[in-house]
Design a protein around this ligand. Structure first.
Ligand code: F6P
Length: 568
């Protein structure tokens, strides 16, 4: 790929967005833009239609954002002038756009359908063949566990799959498992251990039967302290439990590990060092970023519990959104438009945070998943050539499912002093169509979704408050300014395919923002310093006085406090 035009784009210096004609025009536009959502909707009965687009099965209404047709036109010019679409094409075709690690960025290759044409060869590697080979092995293994053909060392069928991983090796599998619980095979559940706080391993395993537990150690690098430590804790739990409960003889320990431990990693040599049979390991590649890896073998727990067919549907959903992002015209390209609107909100309207509010209890881990995706990707202060960024980057992503959030933090979104753009997500079909007498409860739920986006957009004027009988100084507290930007994302139902589309949508939104800002959204050097220091602090934490004394006064005092107060 190195002599392809994409390689030149990957290596090209980033365009400073603030020097473009579009940026200048957007700044002027920001000062000149007049009106409010109330006025814009009144003036233009077609506004909702004009700003609503379909992307695969997602129906996305952008009309309640603080944008006019001219804003969108200028933002598209900004994308053009900063080379966003050329960079997109470089990504899809394997250009090394992850410059600080000199890597291709090819998560989109993980979900290309079998037999996709033309075949994708990158850096001399037949990517399609590699991907299909691993997917086939994962599906085959999943079927054996699901059917009971694969058993534990004592011959019992597997009932619980414990995924041990952290960051991208945890958040994606947890989020998808929680989202698609209704698709799980009866009698099979997944659990997840991520935190090095030993409480996590303890609580997750305390009521499990080692004879029916399969452990997946998921780590791209297979060096992550949390994951390796937890894997060792669970290995000890498993072997002790099998010895105690099933009388496992010491000479059968290796067989027990082979039957109860599998691994997912790009570092199969380290998997073998840990003692896991590499026949029971599934690989992936350096061109898959951790936070982009749920659709690789990192999703093995999902393929087992939800089934290989559901996993395939999930991948097909990702691919449908990849194709939309790759081929849809810019004016109707949803990830492009949403990424650009985020740039507008951050750089021109000075938004600092972004709420994601799924009206679906099953999506309760989606905001946490997006935090890694967006903040590890775009929380950067230098551009891909090492020069400082020229404008604010990143956004703080946060959220909770509606309606819980409504009774907690929506107050600040409605009436606080900061602008908080919010994405509302809902599905036409309930997973469980329950009724309270005659009342369909999903309808009550969705009425809240529609009401909140309406209230945020149009607010309530002082006159409207007075018309309800409130007077004097009490009016102000009951007024709602409106003009609080939201995007509404709807789909027919929360299926594996729709979930794949939703995840890929946010991957590409994140990409667009990074490309405009000129940053490498695919490295994460900012997580390294803390890891390094934690290792170096071990002797001090263990009580080495010289090591404690060598620390700064705050750190030394905190360690001393810990040492004095630890009682167990
Ligand atoms: O520390 C951050 C990070 O590197 C993430 O990017 C990654 O998803 C996570 O750690 C886990 O890494 P691994 O899969 O290599 O264990």
């Amino acid at each position: 790929m190195t002599d392809a035009p994409e390689a030149a784009i990957a290596a090209a210096e980033p365009v400073d967005p603030t020097t473009t004609a579009a940026w200048e025009a957007l700044e002027e536009h920001d000062l000149e833009i007049a009106g409010s959502l109330r006025e814009w909707f009144a003036e233009d009965p077609q506004r909702a239609e004009r700003f609503t687009h379909d992307a695969a099965d997602l129906h996305v209404d952008l009309s309640k954002n603080l944008v006019t047709a001219e804003t969108i036109e200028l933002l598209l010019q900004l994308a053009d002038q900063t080379g966003v679409l050329e960079r997109r094409d470089a990504m899809y075709s394997g250009g090394h756009i992850n410059t600080t690690e000199d890597r291709a960025v090819l998560h989109t290759a993980l979900r290309r359908p079998a037999g996709a044409s033309p075949a994708l060869t990158v850096d001399g590697q037949d990517v399609d063949a590699d991907v299909q080979e691993v997917l086939g092995r994962v599906a085959d293994f999943a079927r054996r566990v699901r059917s009971g053909e694969w058993t534990g060392v004592t011959g019992k069928r597997i009932e619980t799959v414990v995924n041990i991983g952290i960051g991208g090796s945890d958040l994606g599998p947890v989020m998808v498992y929680e989202a698609l619980k209704p698709f799980a095979q009866e009698g099979l559940e997944a659990r997840f251990i991520s935190n090095i706080d030993p409480t996590d391993a303890y609580e997750t395993t305390k009521d499990l039967d080692p004879e029916t537990t399969l452990v997946i150690v998921a780590s791209k690098t297979f060096t992550t302290l949390e994951t390796i430590t937890n894997a060792k804790l669970v290995r000890a739990w498993l072997l002790d439990g099998l010895a105690e409960k099933a009388g496992l003889a010491p000479e059968k320990q290796a067989e027990a590990i082979a039957k109860h431990f599998i691994a997912v990693s790009t570092a199969l040599d380290k998997v073998a060092e840990f003692g896991i049979d590499t026949d029971n390991a599934f690989g992936f590649w350096s061109w898959v970023g951790g936070r982009y890896s749920v659709d690789s073998a990192i999703g093995t727990s999902l393929a087992i519990v939800l089934g290989p067919e559901a996993f395939e549907e999930l991948l097909a959903g990702f691919h449908a959104m990849d194709e939309h992002f790759r081929t849809a015209a810019p004016e109707v390209n949803v990830p492009l438009l949403m990424g650009l609107i985020n740039v507008w909100n951050v750089n021109f309207l000075e938004a600092e945070t972004h709420a994601v509010l799924p009206y679906s209890q099953y999506l309760h881990r989606f905001p946490a998943y997006l935090q890694q995706l967006t903040m590890e990707s775009n929380g950067k202060s230098v551009r891909w050539d090492g020069s400082p960024v020229t404008t604010e980057t990143g956004e703080i992503f946060w959220g909770e499912p509606g309606t819980n959030g409504q009774h907690a933090f929506y107050q600040l979104i409605h009436q606080g002093t900061r602008i908080i753009p919010a994405d509302f997500i809902a599905f036409a079909d309930p997973a469980h169509p329950l009724k309270d007498g005659e009342q369909d409860v999903h309808e009550l739920f969705l009425a809240n979704f529609f009401a909140q986006t309406k209230a945020l957009a149009f607010g309530k004027t002082a006159d409207e408050v007075r018309a309800e009988g409130t007077e004097g100084s009490l009016v102000a507290a009951r007024e709602f300014s409106g003009d609080r930007p939201t995007t509404s994302i709807m789909a027919p139902a929360l299926t594996p395919g729709v979930l794949g589309q939703l995840i890929a949508l946010y991957e590409h939104i994140t990409f667009v923002q990074g490309a405009v800002w000129g940053i490498n959204s695919f490295d994460q050097w900012g997580v390294e310093l803390g890891k390094q220091l934690a290792k170096g602090l071990a002797p001090a934490v263990a009580g080495d006085e010289d090591a404690i004394a060598a620390e700064d006064s705050s750190t030394a005092a905190l360690i001393r406090y810990y040492r004095e107060h630890r009682s167990v």
